[in-house]
Design a protein around this ligand. Structure first.
Ligand code: 4NP
Length: 161
């Protein structure tokens, strides 16, 4: 059975699709596409059905990472469906856990930045209302965190080394 990751932000058009697509890029490079599956969602309903934000896609494509996906909202059944749920910021984290009244799935929900090894910032900043540099900052952070996350999954879950 594949290990399933869900990346979550507010709108599911900037940070979480970037996390999903970066992670898929790294997974492909590592030849682990059969073993790790990624998806993303937003805590809000604002952008349901939308493609990733064009500013995020442009910044990602410049780094050789094409962005795919259609925005959807986080739903309680995601707690059962996924092995690990990655929140981009504290607000996302609390909004996800608000769906888990009994605290049954608490341990599945983590902060994305906890996996970064070259950045000490604790949250992936929301780039939506800012300039172009905000999108590049998101990509820098997510590349770092996704590399750290993949290394942990390889060691702890897949036990490949
Ligand atoms: P995301 O960015 O949560 O990284 O997808 C945002 C997208 C849309 C909005 C806020 C953040 N919005 O307010 O519409």
């Amino acid at each position: 059975m594949a290990y399933k990751l869900l990346f979550v932000c507010l709108g599911n058009i900037c940070r979480s699709p970037a996390g999903e697509n970066i992670m898929n890029h790294l997974i492909k490079q590592a030849n682990l596409s059969d073993q790790i599956i990624c998806d993303s969602a937003g805590t809000s309903s604002y952008h349901i059905g939308s493609s990733p934000d064009s500013r995020m896609s442009t910044a990602a494509v410049r780094r050789g990472i094409p962005m795919q996906g259609v925005a959807r909202q986080f739903k309680p059944s995601d707690f059962e469906e996924f092995d690990l749920i990655l929140a981009m910021d504290q607000e996302n984290y609390h909004n996800i856990l608000a769906f888990d009244r009994q605290g049954k799935y608490r341990d599945k929900v983590k902060m994305m930045c906890d996996y970064a090894t070259h950045h000490s910032i604790k949250e992936v900043p929301d780039p939506y209302y800012g300039g172009k540099e905000g999108f590049d900052r998101v990509l820098d952070l997510l590349l770092d965190a996704c590399r750290g996350l993949l290394a942990q999954i390889e060691q702890k879950i897949l036990k490949t080394d």
